[in-house]
Design a protein around this ligand. Structure first.
Ligand code: GAR
Length: 191
């Protein structure tokens, strides 16, 4: 089986990146991660990439005059490594229309809610504040509108009466780590 080439974009801890790295280690998993890009120089995910022998690059958004120039720098790298798919894994920057267009149908994001509920940067906090009884995580195709692309896979969890944002996010993370590799596999199998 020829493994398809995936670039992963991160901004932080990279536990979802780790889940993808671990899934890709299986001979029968249809993907390999060919590079990791972080917009944050101190993201722990960069260490995870290096530990796995994956090229890890910092593209610091602060070094670019515009969102478009930052995105072009990432695209240059993705093309250099011949990535066919992109996974956003805790990547906390909004992407330009040009970048989203270039990867239309081939770029996934993971989001800590049951989309279309609780879009945006504080999904776990917002679900708690709304008194929701359940939440979860979604892997979706990235489109220009934030957190609005077609959902590829979702996992649901109950919100407990004594949940804090931290405890709830921890349980969501556990589901994310199972869901992201499944969703990437679905996308690849459909392409
Ligand atoms: C994940 O929970 C992911 O769903 C969330 O950031 C976390 C990153 O964790 N993404 C968003 O909120 C996107 N709006 P990780 O760095 O350990 O993978």
């Amino acid at each position: 089986m020829k493994k398809r080439r995936v670039g992963v974009l991160i901004s932080g801890n990279g536990s979802n990146l780790q889940a993808l790295i671990d899934a890709c280690a299986a001979a029968d998993y249809p993907a390999q991660i060919v590079l990791v890009i972080s917009n944050k120089p101190d993201a722990y995910g960069l260490v995870r990439a290096k530990n796995a022998g994956i090229p890890a690059h910092i593209v610091n958004h602060k070094d670019y005059a515009s969102r478009e120039e930052f995105d072009i720098a990432m695209n240059v790298l993705l093309n250099k490594y011949e990535a066919e798919f992109v996974c956003l894994a805790g990547f906390m920057r909004i992407l330009s229309a040009g970048f989203v267009d270039a990867w239309q149908g081939r770029m996934l994001n993971i989001h800590p809610s049951l989309l279309p509920d609780f879009k945006g940067g504080h999904a776990v906090r917002d679900a708690l504040a709304a008194g929701a009884k359940e939440t979860g995580c979604s892997v979706h195709l990235v489109t220009e509108e934030m957190d609005a692309g077609e959902v590829i896979a979702q996992a649901k969890i109950s919100i407990l009466t004594d949940d804090s944002e931290e405890k709830l996010h921890q349980r969501i993370h556990e589901q994310e780590h199972l869901l992201y590799p499944q969703a990437l596999k679905i996308l690849i199998n459909n392409n």
